[in-house]
Design a protein around this ligand. Structure first.
Ligand code: 5AD
Ligand code: SF4
Length: 478
């Protein structure tokens, strides 16, 4: 979901639910079948965590002789890594399953599996009632895939949706799929303990647990040695990362982990997502200020600008607390960009309360936001406690108002960068022209600039900005 215009899972960048999802393949991998190997085809939906999980799945499958393919018609195993965050995401997956069913009917023996967040909720329906899939595997059960696939090959319909309190897949080296060879994601924790009332994640991904920091640093070091120059540390709420050394009892918090990762090499950039306003500490901000290679960008979802709605959302902060956190960022990291997630039309939201959301978007001057109309999710606190009483057309109208304002604020933010020079990490060719490169500055803004001989993805360049849209900065190598 790499990822300019796409929504997020609490800020973890994701593909738009309306889009086709993403087909994973190994760069330079053969597109056809390799002799002696079985092949899997995988599509991922939802947040970056799901994309990261698909790379863990690819590693587990590699160990049992499965190679990735882009061609579902030639695959022995079709997997879809699913998202439950909004209803539309679920509908998209449902449509894809019908397509896979047609492929399966032409190629008997191919197995179809559902992975990830929809597994628990829809296992019965898809496996037993509609018989659309052969495997249903929840986000904590990927180590069981070899057994489940083996049993499915024998004709069984297999399910493992057990959630775990310990699983972090710390020892599994992800197989990088769809990689640009420059930027990579590293999961540092799993699950979420926050229970925001609108959110299904605590139910689909289970309790929060943090991964051993040494395995995280080892993974980042390995990526750096392979030529990668940027890692994004992923968690639903990175600020609550917490690990205790079982031998010494010494604790590691998120600020410590950031510093450990930043020390690997000054040329390895470190990003992270997502921060929670209730937990983001000044210690993290000071650590960011100390290390040039920790990017000056924070995704700090506000969700609503109104304190009554925030309380109903169970966000455990109010408007003033959020503004105070933003002021700390401005004080400690004056050059940082901040982005947000926003929900419109949450249960009982009045027009005045919606105006509070608009006013905080204006006040915060987000460089970017992921914006959504509220979608009731079965089993969540909000679904149990509050009627979903804002009509769809009102939710959409409010959403459009927020989008219009945010687009104007992003343009204003970007126009302020005209004339400045930024250090940019070259990621790839620009999608619009092979004569241009694109890459991000520390503030996570995509910069596009003409190529110069001798430069390649993975190199850092100084780019002077001469023009800006709401989504992109245009510049020249200085
Ligand atoms: N309806 C609308 N948006 C939601 N999000 C999470 N749950 C819902 C829901 N039920 C949004 C939040 C979150 C982002 C990943 O998705 O803004 O931060
Ligand atoms: Fe994010 Fe809250 Fe959902 Fe946790 S419960 S994933 S913090 S929105």
């Amino acid at each position: 979901m790499l990822y300019d215009s796409n929504p997020t899972l609490e800020g973890i960048k994701s593909i738009d639910e309306a889009s086709q999802g993403s087909v994973f393949f190994k760069e330079n991998a053969e597109l056809g079948r390799s002799p002696g190997l079985k092949h899997f085809y995988i599509e991922s939906y939802g947040c970056q965590m799901n994309f990261s999980d698909s790379e863990i799945v690819a590693s587990i499958l590699g160990d049992i002789g499965y190679a990735p393919t882009r061609n579902m018609e030639e695959s022995d195993l079709i997997l879809v890594n699913t998202c439950s965050i909004r209803e539309k995401a679920e509908e998209t997956v449902r449509k894809r399953l019908k397509v896979f069913d047609v492929v399966k009917s032409k190629r008997p023996g191919t197995k179809v599996g559902i992975l990830g967040c929809m597994a628990e909720r829809l296992k019965k329906k898809w496996l037993e009632e509609e018989k659309l899939v052969d495997l249903v595997v929840g986000p904590d059960a990927y180590r069981d895939l070899p057994n489940l696939i083996g049993a499915a090959e024998e004709g069984g319909r297999m399910v493992n949706v057990l959630l775990s309190r310990e699983e972090t897949y710390a020892d599994i080296s992800p197989v990088r799929l769809e990689s640009n060879g420059v930027t990579a994601f590293i999961s540092i924790m799993r699950g979420c303990d926050n229970m925001c009332s609108f959110c299904v994640v605590p139910f689909t991904r289970g309790r929060e647990r943090s991964r051993d920091p040494f395995s995280i640093v080892a993974e980042a070091t390995d990526l750096f040695q392979k030529g990668f120059r940027e890692v994004t540390l992923l968690g639903q709420n990175v600020d609550s990362y917490k690990w205790e050394n079982p031998e010494t009892g010494e604790p590691t918090d998120f600020a410590d982990l950031l510093a450990m990762t930043a020390h690997i090499d000054p040329n390895l950039r470190v990003r992270f997502s997502t921060s929670h306003p209730k937990d983001m500490t000044d210690k993290v901000l000071h650590t960011m200020a100390t290390h040039e290679n920790i990017c000056k960008y924070i995704h700090l979802p506000v969700q609503s600008g109104n304190s009554r709605i925030l309380e109903m959302m169970n966000r455990t902060y109010d408007r003033e607390w959020y503004m105070n956190r933003m002021e700390s960022i401005r004080r400690i990291l004056p050059e940082a960009a901040v982005s947000s997630d926003i929900i419109t039309g949450f249960c009982s939201e009045t027009e005045e309360e919606h105006q509070d959301t608009l006013s905080i978007v204006e006040w915060a001057e987000y460089s970017m936001s992921y914006m959504f109309a509220y979608s009731e999710r079965p089993g969540t606190l909000a679904a149990r406690k509050y009627p979903d009483d804002i009509p769809e057309d009102v939710k959409k109208r409010r959403l459009n108002e927020v989008i219009r304002l945010q687009t104007a604020m992003a343009l204003k933010h970007n126009k302020r960068d005209i004339g400045k020079t930024f250090k940019v990490l070259i990621e790839r060719d620009s999608s619009k022209s092979a004569d241009d490169f694109c890459g991000r500055n520390s503030q996570n803004k995509m910069c596009v600039f003409p190529k110069q001989p001798g430069l390649k993805p993975g190199d850092y360049v100084e780019v002077k900005i001469h023009d800006a849209s709401s989504a992109t900065l245009l510049g020249k190598i200085a």
